[in-house]
Ligand binder design. Structure first.
Ligand code: CTP
Ligand code: CA
Length: 229
C-alpha cells in the first residue's frame, strides 16, 4: 500500500514493527502470555510513520488504540505474528518490539481442561516458538536493510544484549532492564542502551514516546548517511 507514508525524512521507505505480547492457547479459555503493554512498539510505529515511513504494525493482543497513519495487523500467536511480518515484506526497516512468547503449548487442548480429570495436576508440555527477529534477520534477498531488536534482560544487561545481537543477526539492539522492581515492562518509561556494530550509546530514562521519537530520528539519520538507496 503505497498510499500510506507521508512527507518526511523516511518518506519512500517502508517499515514493519512488531508490538505487544503474544497469546499462546492452552485450551479454548486459557493462554500463556506476559506483561507487555504494546506501548513501546505502538509508539515506534507511530514515530516512524510520523517521519514519513509507510508503516505496518503487527501487534499481539493489547489495549492500546491503533496509531494513526499506520496499517495494523492484529495477531494472537507467535506463529501468526511471523506470518503477518513475512506477508508485509519486503520492507526497508524492521523493528521487533514485541514480547513474543518463547514457548507455546505443544498440544493445545480442544476442550477446556477440567480440574476433575483424574484428580491429577495437568502438565503443560511446551515447544519452542519461531524467533521472528532471528528468522527475518537472516541474510537474503528479503532481509530488511535495517533490522532492530530489543533485549529484555533482568541481569548482565550489556553482555547479554551484545551476545543477543550477534545471535539474532540484527543490526541494532535496544537493551532494557526489565527487573520487576523498575516498572519498565508494561510501564510508561524506558531506559535504553543501544548497541550496534559501531559501539554503544546509553539514553537517559524517558517516556516510551520519547524513546520512539529518538529511535525514529536515529533511523532517519542512518538512512540519510546511506543516501537512502
Ligand atoms: N523475539 C522475536 N521472536 C521470539 C522471541 C523474541 O522476534 N520468538 C524478539 C523480540 O521482539 C526482541 C528480541 O527478539 O526484539 C529479543 O527478545 P528477548 O525475549 O529479549 O530475547 P530471547 O532471544 O527470546 O531470549 P531470552 O528471552 O531467553 O532472554
Ligand atoms: Ca524471550
Amino acid at each position: 500500500d503505497t498510499a500510506l507514508g507521508g512527507e518526511g525524512p523516511l518518506s519512500g521507505l517502508t517499515a514493519i514493527v512488531t508490538s505487544g505480547p503474544t497469546h499462546e492457547a492452552i485450551d479454548p479459555v486459557r493462554y500463556i502470555a506476559n506483561r507487555s503493554s504494546g506501548r513501546q512498539g505502538h509508539a515506534i510505529a507511530a514515530a516512524l510513520a510520523g517521519l514519513g515511513a509507510n508503516t505496518l504494525l503487527v501487534t499481539g493482543p493489547v489495549s492500546q488504540p491503533d496509531p494513526a497513519g499506520v496499517r495494523v495487523a492484529k495477531v494472537e500467536t507467535a506463529e501468526e505474528m511471523l506470518r503477518a511480518c513475512q506477508e508485509g515484506l519486503p520492507a526497508d526497516i524492521l523493528v521487533c518490539a514485541a514480547a513474543v512468547a518463547d514457548w507455546r503449548v505443544a498440544k493445545t487442548a480442544g476442550q477446556k481442561i477440567k480440574k476433575e480429570d483424574g484428580g491429577k495436576l495437568p502438565v503443560l508440555s511446551l515447544t519452542t516458538n519461531p524467533d521472528i527477529l532471528a528468522t527475518l534477520s537472516k541474510p537474503g534477498r528479503k532481509r530488511p536493510r535495517l533490522v532492530i531488536g530489543f533485549a529484555a534482560e533482568t541481569e548482565n544487561l550489556e553482555a547479554n544484549a551484545r551476545s543477543k545481537r550477534e545471535r539474532k543477526g540484527c543490526d541494532w539492539i535496544l537493551a532494557n532492564d526489565v527487573s520487576d522492581t523498575n516498572g519498565i515492562f508494561g510501564g510508561a518509561e524506558n531506559e535504553i542502551l543501544v548497541i550496534d556494530t559501531a559501539g554503544q550509546e546509553s539514553w537517559p530514562r524517558m517516556d516510551k514516546q520519547a524513546v520512539a521519537q529518538r529511535l525514529a530520528q536515529r533511523v532517519a539519520q542512518h538512512f540519510a548517511n546511506r543516501k537512502k538507496r
